[in-house]
Design a binder for this molecule. Structure first.
Ligand SMILES: N[C@@H](CCC(=O)N[C@@H](CS)C(=O)NCC(=O)O)C(=O)O
Length: 204
């Protein structure tokens, strides 16, 4: 059975938890204690050499990087969250890259500032707001007339954005950016109410 080493509040752990929940994959969550820096100890460094969480152990197969874990879990579950069409699959990958490259570095500034008590300067937040606005504007155009990022199918791409939206929306400035983009706001309404995400975010 899959053992996931992480923490239920960690954004990267949440991507993997959501994938496990969406695919109804049995798993055990082994909670690492941030306060004791469990993720920096030798036992965890053997699973994740960069000292980050999460890491996964599937009967001896050890994997790190949350997006790789989501792909692995979904592949084992029969690709429920991955389009079979080559073009849609490529679009899923495109949106995951945009999440990593353009969206998350900006969204995380607001998450640190508001949720994880790591205050950011006004200058940093102003720059992050510009980046978030640019990403949301691109996402908004792409989501016009669509249920999820690649169309009707909910995919790993949607999951990858969810942890950052869930937290960043707690910041008024980030919330304003999200809500003024109507297609982004309604997409987030659909994603955030999925039972698997509600369970992941502790709202079930
Ligand atoms: N690219 C990695 C990033 C992992 C990561 O940054 N994890 C955070 C928690 S969400 C962490 O371990 N932070 C604690 C630290 O860096 O010491 C992944 O997607 O798994």
């Amino acid at each position: 059975m899959i053992k996931l080493y992480g923490h239920p509040i960690s954004t990267c752990t949440r991507k993997v938890l959501c994938t496990l929940n969406e695919t109804n994959t049995p798993f055990e969550l082994v909670t690492l204690d941030f306060a004791k820096a469990d993720h920096k100890h030798a036992a965890h460094l053997a699973r994740q050499p960069f000292g980050k969480m999460p890491a996964l152990d599937d009967d001896g197969f050890v994997l790190y990087e949350s997006r790789a874990m989501s792909r692995y879990i979904d592949a084992k579950a029969g690709h429920k969250l991955t389009p079979s069409d080559a073009k849609l699959d490529a679009l899923m990958e495109q949106w995951i890259s945009v999440e990593v490259e353009n969206f998350t570095p900006n969204a995380m500034k607001f998450v640190y500032h508001t949720v994880f008590q790591r205050a950011q300067t006004d200058e940093v937040l102003a720059k992050a707001a510009e980046g978030l606005e640019a990403s949301c504007s691109v996402l908004d155009k792409a989501l016009a007339g669509k249920t999820y990022l690649v169309g009707d199918q909910f995919t790993i791409a949607d999951i990858c954005y969810a942890p950052y939206f869930e937290y960043a929306i707690m910041n008024p400035q980030a919330k304003e950016i999200f809500t003024k983009h109507a297609n982004v706001a309604s997409w987030w309404g659909r994603v955030s109410e999925r039972p698997a995400w509600r369970k992941t975010a502790g709202r079930a």
